[in-house]
Design a protein around this ligand. Structure first.
Ligand code: GLA
Length: 682
């Protein structure tokens, strides 16, 4: 710029300077590049491709991900990079890159399959290019972006369909125009955020939490520990408690059998101490619907995998009480896979043909009794197929006997995981050729068995969303059903995997209702293992703001809240994410609505959930790399007039707003608010 300035009038110089700044701003980057070196082309494929991540296989130089010529909609490209969503690469532009160009699309090698992807390019954190959804067979999109002044470029490819199958993504003919040092592929930056604890610590006074309504079947065993924060000891009381139930006034644990007569039993729960008292109506509904609110608890999978032992389960129950999680409403302590005998380790079954636990579970009944003695509930896992996903014994052809054994042990929750049932399904299809019938068959069978048992056992369908399970999961006796593949295996390029699982799960919002919940899988925060290879636990790689977003989304989606990190390593930050009573109240609302996504752009999305009291819970989620303002209008929410707004993470009133609400939201973070009519009690 200075060289040109010497030759021209000052005002022209000023104009040129402003223009240069504007160009730099429009391209999303900082300042103009200066170099006298001649321009040349540097191919993307000449960079170190080991720095590019890929959802499957490894990125290929000048070839597709399957090592074939790069081809998009019939056109072949000599140069470029073939990768697979989700894929991410960071490039240090050495401040010498003028522009970047490419043709992007899905490689023809997927041959009519369902691949669909979205390419995004960021310059210094700002979005410079978005391809929109590109499907297999569609022509390539041309990329041509100015990089003047840019320091770092991010090349991201994300799955744009339900999952990442056949997402073979090409950066074809991709090249930089460079005048200076060559660009260099670099490691992904680590986003260090301060772990700000937003949830205020509960005071010493009692506060009763947990669901306001609770479903059970007549005459079945009943156990409920009143979740209550504050400084113990408390004196609990329960007015109008049905006479078949008994309350321990010190622990707050209600036990007995559910009333024989169908109907609603509103019980006035109270907890008192020298610090104050708390009251809440707890409606027991005796009927045939269980899980009137989404189940809450912990599952062993993502921390103990095949290492799980009976002692882990007992410790988890202890930790659920000691950490305060049970006081926030968590109650199920669930073993996942690997508690039975492994394939080859016979005998698999006892004399009565019931499935045998392996030697890490010497006393299953004693373990369940222990969990119950704390007022908590016990869950287990098995497959309808001959083997579980990890190769342990399944229930195939022993369903009735195994379910009877679970009830004998006192099990309250069963995760029923498809796994090797695929073999059985294939055989059955030869006879009926009816996909839906055969997909439903094992679940209907177990659903029917559980209904006949003298015990309330929740049924969690785990078959990864096949054949639109949300449409029929309830009909076959399921209380919740996984809508996607395993969250622990889900990848994301510019966003972590849980966002993609959430986008997929959110589509089925209209199917959620009391007793029937969409399940987007567990809450994987705190110390948590890597699902690939059943890795040992380590601190989550999610940033603090991502964790707030994760928990907010799960609550808005009325998802089962099942934590699956290490119960022995619960730190203050993780507990603040898991145990905010006002956040959990959104999940546990008796109306049982799941929030749809009511607005979505390339920078943010908004979820809104109707609450029983007429208020609305709203999440404003920032999906960009920088803090942005996000606003929601009353029009979008179908409301009018003055509204009182509460920040749920901070448990703080934000004041009264008319027509719209706007807030600055951090990178990948959330503003999670509840909007009440003015005049409603604070
Ligand atoms: C499947 C399920 C997981 C877990 C494992 C256990 O992958 O989806 O949640 O239960 O099996 O093997």
């Amino acid at each position: 710029m200075s060289r040109i300035c010497k030759q021209r009038h000052v005002s022209t110089c000023l104009l040129l300077t402003i223009c240069a700044v504007l160009v730099a701003q429009l391209s999303g980057c900082a300042s103009a590049v200066q170099s006298d070196k001649p321009e040349r082309t540097v191919w993307l494929s000449s960079l170190n491709l080991e720095k590019m991540t890929s959802g499957w296989g490894s990125p290929q130089k000048d070839k597709s991900i399957q090592n074939k010529p790069l081809t998009i909609a019939g056109r072949t490209y000599e140069k470029g990079v073939g990768t697979h969503a989700a894929s991410l690469m960071y490039v240090d532009l050495k401040k010498s890159c003028r522009s970047f160009s490419a043709y992007v699309g899905v490689d023809d090698e997927v041959n009519g399959k369902i691949g669909s992807v979205r390419f995004r390019i960021y310059g210094d954190g700002k979005l410079l290019f978005n391809s929109g959804v590109l499907k297999a067979g569609e022509p390539a999109k041309k990329v041509d972006i100015d990089l003047t002044g840019c320091k770092t470029l991010t090349l991201a490819v994300d799955p744009a369909g339900d999952n990442n199958s056949y997402d073979h993504a090409n950066w074809a003919d991709a090249a930089f125009v460079v005048a200076g040092d060559d660009p260099v592929a670099i490691d992904a930056p680590v986003f260090e955020e301060e772990k700000v604890i937003l949830t205020p610590k509960p005071g010493p006074e009692p506060r009763i939490n947990g669901p306001k309504v609770y479903g059970c079947r007549p005459g079945r065993p009943f156990i409920y520990r009143i979740p209550c924060t504050g400084r113990r000891p408390f004196r609990f009381s329960a007015e109008n408690l049905p006479p078949t139930l008994k309350l321990d006034t010190t622990t707050g644990i209600i036990t007995g059998t559910a009333p024989a007569k169908l109907g609603e039993y509103p019980v006035a729960l109270k907890a008192a101490s020298r610090h104050g008292s708390s009251q809440r109506t707890f409606k027991i509904v005796v009927g045939d619907t269980l899980a009137l609110t989404p189940p809450m608890g912990w599952n062993s999978w993502y921390i103990h995998y095949n290492r799980v032992t009976e002692q882990h389960m007992r410790n988890a129950a202890d930790a659920m009480i000691a950490s305060g999680m049970a006081d926030a409403g968590y109650m199920y302590v669930n073993i996942d896979d690997c508690w039975m005998k492994k394939r080859g380790d016979e005998p698999y079954r006892d004399a009565g043909k019931a499935v045998l636990p392996n030697n890490k579970f010497p006393d299953m009944k004693g373990m369940v009794d222990y969990i119950h003695s704390k007022g908590l509930r016990a869950g287990t896992y098995i497959s309808p197929g001959p083997w579980t996903c990890a190769g342990y014994v399944g229930s195939y052809q022993h369903e009735q006997i195994d379910a009877g054994k679970f009830a004998e042990w006192g099990i309250d929750f069963l995760k029923y995981d498809w796994c090797s049932y695929g073999q059985v399904y294939k055989e059955r299809m030869k006879q009926t050729n009816d996909d839906l019938l055969e997909k439903k068959r094992p679940y209907r069978q177990m659903g029917d068995i559980l209904k006949q048992l003298d015990r309330d056992i929740l049924l969690n369908l785990c078959q990864y969303g096949m054949s639109d399970v949300w449409q029929w999961g309830g009909e076959v006796g399921g209380h919740c059903w996984r809508t996607t593949g395993d969250l622990g295996l889900a990848g994301g390029a510019d966003l972590s995997g849980f966002y993609h699982i959430a986008f997929s799960n959110a589509q089925h919002w209209q199917y959620a209702k009391p007793g029937q919940w969409n399940d987007p899988d567990y809450i994987l925060i705190g110390w948590v293992g890597n699902a690939r290879g059943m890795g040992e636990g380590k601190p989550t790689s999610l940033t603090p703001n991502e964790q707030y977003s994760y928990m907010s989304m799960w609550c808005l989606m009325a998802a089962p809240l099942i934590f699956s990190g290490d119960m022995d390593k619960l730190d203050e930050f993780t507990l603040n994410v898991l145990c905010n009573a006002e956040v959990i109240e959104i999940d546990q609302d008796p109306l049982g609505k799941q929030a749809p996504i009511i607005a979505q752009t390339d920078e943010y999305f908004i979820m809104a959930k109707d609450m029983e009291d007429g208020s609305k819970a709203v999440g404003l989620f920032n999906t960009t790399e920088i803090a942005i303002n996000i606003s929601v209008s009353w029009n979008d929410l179908g409301i009018e007039g003055s509204r009182r707004i509460r920040d749920l993470w901070r448990q703080k009133n934000l004041g009264t707003y008319k027509n719209r609400f706007e807030m600055k939201v951090p990178r990948h973070g959330v503003a999670f608010i509840r909007i009440f009519p003015t005049g409603s009690a604070e």
